[in-house]
Design a protein around this ligand. Structure first.
Ligand code: NAP
Length: 256
């Protein structure tokens, strides 16, 4: 049993659906005060209503500094500070390099990588004031560990988050704040459903635990990093993928 996160002030970007919603659900269940963040207000409102617990919403584009700073400062005002930031929002358009417009590359970098920097930067004054804090990034196995045609920009952004993590861990230590990353495998979300049933079936078959992950599987890992029990862990990452990156070959999977 982890020490309670009751009444902690938590921000979850990308909290209107998918993994972010799973993370928000897990924290809200613990009694935390949770702000879910996304661009689509109607979806945010619906999610804030549906997730059980103390959940508010904030419209924000995580790739835009003014938007992120306003969202973090407003949340601090509304929730009495900021204890935990889960920088989770991300996008994964699938386009091969030969067909990719450079603007698509920039957009993915801004949404997935620059956003991590912006969220941390905006939260620092609040961590400094509180004398402590926690950041959990949602990275991926794609990029740092694996590759998949069409996701060169996505993979680079997700590996980039882990590069950012190392130095951020050092700089945040002065505010008694830790930063760690969860690296999901294939998690059943609205975004992943958009890739089609064939993709989902093939993926599930290539995972030793023979299923896609659940959003709450990622929420539980984020909860651990945010807990008192993880106070001495920083600059680290954990793969949550049902064993997906382990098999050496298709034959190895058939041996199970
Ligand atoms: P999803 O179902 O598509 O949800 C994405 C969330 O991010 C939505 O709430 C979306 O809301 C928000 N978002 C996107 N761009 C944003 C922006 N510029 N500003 C603010 N919010 C934004 O995605 P998901 O599958 O849950 O993925 C969430 C994270 O997990 C991503 O970082 C992704 O890379 C990572 N991940 C996912 C998987 C997987 O299998 N699903 C695996 C590895 C890593 P709006 O569109 O309304 O803004």
């Amino acid at each position: 049993m982890l020490t309670s996160l009751k009444d902690k002030s938590v921000i979850v970007t990308g909290g209107s659906k998918g993994i972010g919603r799973g993370i928000a659900t897990i924290f809200a269940r613990q009694g935390a005060k949770v702000t879910i963040v996304a661009r689509n207000e109607a979806e945010l409102k619906a999610a804030a209503k549906e997730i059980e617990g103390n959940v508010r919403h904030a419209v924000c584009d995580v790739s835009d500094w003014d938007s992120v700073k306003t969202m973090v400062d407003d949340t601090a005002e509304a929730q009495g500070g900021v204890d935990v930031v889960c920088a989770n929002a991300g996008a994964f358009p699938q386009t091969k390099i030969v067909e990719m417009d450079p603007s698509e590359w920039d957009g993915v970098m801004a949404t997935n990588l620059k956003s991590s920097f912006l969220c941390v930067k905006a939260a620092i004054p609040h961590f400094e004031k509180a004398g402590k804090g926690r950041v959990v990034l949602t990275s991926s196995i794609t990029g740092p560990v694996t590759g998949f045609p069409g996701w060169s920009h996505y993979g680079a952004s997700k590996a980039g988050q882990l590069g950012f993590l190392k130095t951020a861990a050092m700089e945040l230590s002065r505010y008694n704040t830790t930063i760690n990353a969860v690296m999901p495998g294939n998690i059943y979300t609205e975004g992943l459903q958009g890739l089609g049933q064939e993709y989902l079936d093939t993926m599930a078959a290539s995972i030793p635990l023979k299923r896609l992950g659940d959003v709450e599987d990622i929420g539980n890992a984020a909860l651990f990093f945010a807990s008192d029990e993880a106070a001495y862990i920083t600059g680290q990452q954990i793969v949550v993928d049902g064993g997906q990156i382990i098999p050496e070959s298709l034959e190895a999977l058939e041996e199970i």
